[in-house]
Write a protein that binds this ligand. Structure first.
Ligand code: ADP
Ligand code: 5GP
Length: 208
């Protein structure tokens, strides 16, 4: 009945975005997750086609040149992009869509997804961000240094997001995020059909 909404999440690496995304997808199974393409090497716990579509640089470039990405960006020395066609399919089927993109990707989607909500996940401090990156145990020292170096620039971009969720306590952060999602689904622009439907129902002949 209502149109699908898009929830676009950005955060510095290690802030807890993936953890929050997994909780949202578990609670709301009808949420479509936009599976990104990346040239990054898979982490041990990642599955191709589920967490990402892992591509070579050449495959990524081919898709980029063919206009197959809704947005794309170079992040921490690798390329990432949101495939356009699955996104259109999910919206066409009336799904809400969850997108996990960096701040450059979010800025591009601002121009193309008018009804999207942009949420920035904030770590409690730089020190805790580094601790989380290390405790995850998936990134090399060099990679962690690169991600920490980029974090302050990414955090500065939080200013133009619609909302900021501080991920200090996970349960509290999740509560805030799910509230933002539920509020987003109530936007008038997504519910015009509902208004027409109720009004039309009122004009139908009564059976009593
Ligand atoms: P991102 O996707 O933003 O890079 P992850 O979801 O992989 O970050 O989280 C990075 C690490 O921090 C993981 O080990 C995760 O379990 C942990 N983490 C996430 N949220 C919290 C939190 N609120 N408190 C403590 N640790 C957290
Ligand atoms: P990671 O390598 O830790 O999975 O992700 C690194 C960064 O790339 C994160 O900020 C993540 O949000 C971002 N990212 C993941 N997928 C996409 C995408 O499709 N497009 C863009 N622009 N960034 C993405």
């Amino acid at each position: 009945m209502r149109l699908g909404t898009a929830l676009v999440l950005s955060a510095p690496s290690g802030a807890g975005k993936t953890t929050l995304v997994k909780k949202l997808l578990k609670e709301f199974p009808n949420f479509g997750f936009s599976i990104s393409c990346t040239t990054r090497t898979p982490r041990p716990n990642e599955t191709d086609g589920k967490d990402y579509h892992f591509l070579t640089k050449q495959q990524f470039d081919e898709q980029r040149i063919q206009g197959k990405f809704a947005e794309w960006a170079a992040v921490h020395g690798n390329f990432y992009g949101t495939p356009l066609e699955p996104l259109q399919t999910l919206f066409g089927q009336g799904h809400d869509v969850l997108l996990d993109v960096d701040v450059q990707g979010a800025a591009q989607l601002r121009n193309t997804l008018p009804h999207a909500s942009f949420v920035f996940i904030m770590p409690p401090s730089m020190k805790e961000l580094e601790r989380r990156l290390r405790s995850r145990g998936t990134d090399s020292d060099e990679d962690i240094a690169k991600r920490m170096h980029n974090a302050s620039q990414e955090i500065a971009c939080a200013r133009w997001f619609d909302a900021v969720v501080l991920n200090d306590r996970l349960d509290k952060a999740y509560d805030e995020l799910r509230s933002l999602y539920l509020a987003a689904t109530c936007k008038t622009a997504l519910n015009r059909n509902l208004i027409d439907h109720i009004l039309l129902e009122d004009t139908l002949p009564s059976h009593s």
